[in-house]
Design a protein around this ligand. Structure first.
Ligand SMILES: C[S@@+](CC[C@H](N)C(=O)[O-])C[C@H]1O[C@@H](n2cnc3c(N)ncnc32)[C@H](O)[C@@H]1O
Length: 448
């Protein structure tokens, strides 16, 4: 193994908490550990010491704080496809791809460079060949003109003619396009090209920090598509109904959500071996299984999640049970919302199943409106709560209906609430006897 810390850095990107990964200094340090290319003149300022010792070692050919700040900036957007034009040894391609994947589990990353056979580092090549989400091709943008990617990073031939070609072929079709070497005297063609791009009336961002005497490199980002910040929706789900597992996972899989099944030790094996990035099981330690007197078992789990798990301020969280479902448009609509709490309506099926009286919930629909926020008028599944708000409130131990009480408390404390009566949770959708076969079919066919 001739490279520095490629494997260690990949592992760190995979396991560091996202809060740390959103800190540009942390990302720059990961890049330092990975190594800078041993190539070209002195141009990395204070980071020159992190240059690799030989050209055989794969490195990143970027000013590290610039690429780090760009990556952190990109975490706000959904990026399911990445193209790097000009990958040289492949170091930056690997680093950027691995980083973006932490925030976009389904991403596919492609690197193109006509010199792949010559400069692509052997160890990087082996990693690329072993990973389905990574691929490289010895081609230029001429060969894939018109293709569409969420994010394209242009860093190939640095003449004006090629920068323009890469833009016309690919860059202008991308939702977000990055261009390298937009400042300093080294690449005057790129500086000129970027200055022209900036006048196209589209939002641009520049990452220019540099510790060299004269500013160098620099990254420009241009947004071709309207800027829509990415929000994830997290389902916080105390899990116990083993019989519902496969059905629930199959139903939620296409919905682009993050599922947190919350499990006691004896339930944990249900999810061992499940290795899908959108499923993030949470294990409650044995000593926390018994909560305070009077607290429902689901709320012990929910409170443990609120107090102990990483909660992202700008994402939405909903406390949902392991037999509930949502109409297919709910999560996409929520991602467009911005209120601290979004309350939606809830359909409750066709019949009341023959269960114990305390669980005999009626079938009439609960509509989302300010007057419905009272105990008995609103249920957990209806409140989508921004992480910054979700982490402020715990469920109480006064027995049944803590979900109504927590909704009332959020409202009484002045949290900003938006009502979406047009969106529906489907209460106890998988409870035997509650929903007619016909209405089940209706929802399923909506999904297709
Ligand atoms: C500055 S290096 C890329 C560095 C890499 N992006 C990084 O950050 O580590 C430029 C690369 O562009 C490649 N290249 C040259 N002409 C190209 C073209 N027309 N299309 C794609 N890549 C090209 C070169 O072979 C070289 O490997």
């Amino acid at each position: 193994m001739k490279n520095k810390n490629i494997i260690v850095v990949r592992n760190l990107i995979k396991c560091l908490d996202v809060e740390s990964l959103r800190n540009p200094e942390v990302v720059a340090n990961l890049a330092r550990a990975f190594g800078i290319v041993q190539w070209g003149p002195i141009s990395f300022g204070d980071d020159e010491v992190f240059k690799n010792t030989t050209v055989e070692m794969a490195g990143i050919y970027q000013t590290l704080i610039q690429i780090a700040e760009m990556l952190v900036y990109l975490t706000e957007f959904k990026i399911n496809s990445y193209l790097e034009i000009g990958i040289f040894q492949g170091g930056n391609f690997l680093f950027v791809s691995e980083y973006l994947r932490r925030f976009n589990p389904d991403i596919k990353c492609t690197g193109i460079d006509p010199t792949i056979g010559q400069y692509l580092n052997d160890e990087v090549k082996a990693i690329i060949e072993s990973e389905l989400f990574l691929s490289v091709e010895p081609i230029t943008s001429d060969n894939i003109a018109g293709s569409e990617f969420d994010f394209v990073f242009i860093d190939g031939d640095h003449t004006y003619a090629w920068a323009n070609k890469d833009w016309e072929n690919i860059g202008k079709n991308a939702k977000i396009c990055g261009l390298h070497d937009i400042q300093g005297p080294v690449c005057p063609d790129i500086v000129r090209f970027w200055n022209e791009l900036k006048t196209k009336g589209k939002p641009t961002v520049e990452f220019l920090k540099s510790t060299t005497a004269e500013p160098t490199k620099g990254i420009g980002i241009i947004h071709n598509a309207p800027i829509i910040e990415k929000k994830n929706v997290h389902l916080v789900m105390p899990f116990m109904r083993e019989e519902n597992k496969e059905t629930l996972l199959n139903a939620y899989r296409p919905m682009n959500i993050i599922l947190h099944p919350i499990l006691f030790e004896k339930e944990y094996p249900l999810f061992s071996g499940v290795i899908e990035n959108w499923i993030q099981p949470i294990l409650i330690p044995p000593e926390a299984e018994k909560g305070p007197e009077g607290m429902e078992v689901q709320n012990i789990k929910r409170n443990w999640f609120i107090e102990n798990c990483e909660i992202i301020n700008g994402d939405y969280y909903v406390a949902v049970d392991d037999d509930d479902m949502y109409e297919p448009n709910v999560f996409d609509e929520l991602k467009k919302m911005d209120a601290g709490v979004v309350i939606i309506s809830m359909k409750r099926g066709d019949s009341i199943p023959d269960v114990t009286p305390i669980r005999q919930y009626p079938t009439y629909t609960l509509y989302a409106e300010p007057n419905s926020v009272f105990v008995g008028g609103i249920s957990n599944q209806q409140s989508f709560v921004k992480g910054s708000v979700f982490k402020k409130y715990l469920y109480d131990a006064n027995g049944h209906c803590a979900d109504g009480r927590i909704a009332v408390t959020r409202k009484e404390n002045g949290e900003e609430i938006a009502y979406r009566p047009d969106l529906y949770a489907l209460f106890n959708y998988y409870e035997p006897g509650r929903w007619d076969i016909n209405s089940l079919r209706e929802v399923n066919s909506d999904k297709n």
